[in-house]
Design a protein around this ligand. Structure first.
Ligand code: SF4
Length: 202
């Protein structure tokens, strides 16, 4: 099956799970789409995301003077108009998979901000939830631990100490504390997923 067909399948399955989904060819199209979805003076909370930065969305938000909320302000965060974030993985059957340490990102994904916009590079799309778990343990978490200078086993070895979802390190710096599967949503259309046909983030 071609990637194009796979993406159609992903989009269809996201739609079945009451999430909007759009496929774009490159980051410039993703930026334009995000700009169309936002409105003047919108309050925005962002996940600390390499994807948003690589995509140019972080810069766009700054250039356009949007109201970017301080992630330490819990009350403001949960009342934001938008959460902009990436996802650790996106499965072909239309599920988002995210693992978080501080967990403000997954908290706002689950609840709070009126709209959620997820930007996912093509590299984030995996077959199923088992592959999503491994994607975090073999790619996302180790790279984020290096980026954030966390003293965890995966930062040294490049992978988690275990492939089991519920087994991880005992490091005080551990970034895998809450494991969130975003499946069918009751609030139809709250979450929009923009899949970009480029490698973005990890
Ligand atoms: S549980 Fe620990 S070792 Fe495993 S991926 Fe997370 S931070 Fe790395």
């Amino acid at each position: 099956m071609s990637i194009y067909m796979d993406i159609n399948n992903v989009i269809s399955n996201l739609n079945k799970n009451n999430m909007q989904a759009v496929y774009v060819e490159d980051r410039s199209q993703a930026i334009e789409l995000v700009k169309e979805m936002l409105f003047k003076n919108a309050s925005i909370v962002t996940g600390g995301s390499v994807t948003l930065s690589e995509c140019g969305i972080t810069q766009m938000l700054s250039d356009e003077g949007y109201n970017i909320l301080d992630r330490s302000d819990k009350s403001a965060m949960f009342n934001a108009d938008f959460l902009l974030s990436s996802t650790n993985a996106l499965t072909e059957d239309g599920i988002l998979y995210n693992v978080d340490g501080a967990s403000n990102r997954v908290a706002c994904l689950c609840y709070g901000p009126k709209k959620v916009i997820i930007i996912a590079g093509i590299n984030k799309v995996v077959k199923n939830i088992e592959q999503a778990v491994l994607r975090v343990k073999h790619i996302a978490a180790p790279k984020n631990c290096v980026r954030l200078n966390r003293k965890t086993p995966c930062a040294h070895t490049g992978r988690c100490i275990s492939d089991d979802i519920n087994i991880g390190c005992a490091s005080p710096d551990r970034i895998c504390c809450n494991y969130v599967i975003t499946a069918m949503q009751r609030d139809k259309g709250r979450i929009t997923v923009i899949i970009v046909n480029e490698e973005l983030g990890y």
